[in-house]
Design a protein around this ligand. Structure first.
Ligand SMILES: [Zn+2]
Length: 269
């Protein structure tokens, strides 16, 4: 993806907000915030409030970046509790997440030390995550609606990548934010991932929304999520389960169909 520094942010749909965050306007009053190529956050602004979906690893000052886009009060929420999705949430005081993700395995993974390690492993300076703190988590239910003023965003549970993974659905703009739950490089091998069987209904829910004409945006890369990719990922998971059932799969963990495939599922049985 080409990146550039705009003279004024009003001049373009994409600009560099600071040393770590690149901002792209993806729909009216909707921005993708790319955190140094590590993860995506999304900012949805209504008449009264804004919703920040995910908060990256916490490199730099996400709050300062967001303040360039809106002066409305910001509600932070997470698609799931992994350190590259909640690392910057402390700058907003607290954040919403599914109660199913408020369990020790996720709280352990979300300790600031892991967010900082990811930032360092990505080659960014240690100072990039200085001051990172844990943030209190507020429970968020399936079907909950964030009313932002002239704009409502609802929460849809899709257990899989974590037990409490959710998508955020903006019916007005026909946008769905899928976090990591149906990524082209789908990680289902981590502690706290559900079984692939448990993942399937959530995947079908997401694919159903996308098939209804919603544009999907995910947590990594350039964020764009084509329907064909989501369908292919689901197909790979079905194949994996079938091979497991018939005994055609020798390995209990691995990458399917191969670790170099363009669309791949990392699994652990
Ligand atoms: Zn994740």
């Amino acid at each position: 993806m080409r990146r550039f520094r705009a003279a004024r942010k009003e001049d373009t749909a994409m600009f560099q907000a600071d040393g770590y965050h690149t901002v792209e306007e993806i729909a009216p009053r909707t921005w993708r915030i790319d955190e140094a190529g590590m993860a995506n956050c999304y900012l949805l602004v209504g008449d009264d409030a804004a919703l920040l979906i995910d908060s990256g690893c916490g490199a730099g000052d996400l709050q300062k970046c967001v303040s360039q886009l809106t002066r409305r009060p910001v509600i932070a929420a997470a698609t799931h509790r992994h350190p590259d999705h909640v690392g910057g949430a402390w700058r907003f005081g607290s954040y919403y997440a599914s109660p199913a993700d408020i369990k020790p395995v996720y709280s352990l993974m979300c300790r600031p030390v892991f967010s900082r390690a990811m930032i360092r492993n990505f080659g960014l300076p240690r100072a990039a995550a200085a001051g990172a703190k844990r943030a209190p988590v507020l429970p968020m239910e399936d079907g909950q609606v964030f009313r932002l003023g002239g704009r409502s965003v609802s929460v849809g549970a899709v257990p899989g990548h974590t037990r409490g993974s959710v998508v955020f659905i903006d019916g007005g703009e026909k946008l769905v934010f899928t976090g990591d739950d149906i990524n082209p490089d789908l990680w289902m091998h981590l502690p706290g991932c559900t079984s692939l069987e448990t993942w399937l209904p959530g995947a079908d829910r997401i694919i159903g929304i996308m098939a209804g004409g919603f544009a999907a945006w995910n947590g990594h890369g350039d964020g764009r999520q084509p329907l064909e990719q989501a369908r292919r990922t689901r197909e790979l998971v079905s194949e994996l389960l079938e091979k497991r059932r018939t005994g055609a799969l020798a390995e209990r963990r691995g990458s399917y169909p191969s670790k170099d495939a363009g669309i791949v599922v990392r699994y652990r049985f």
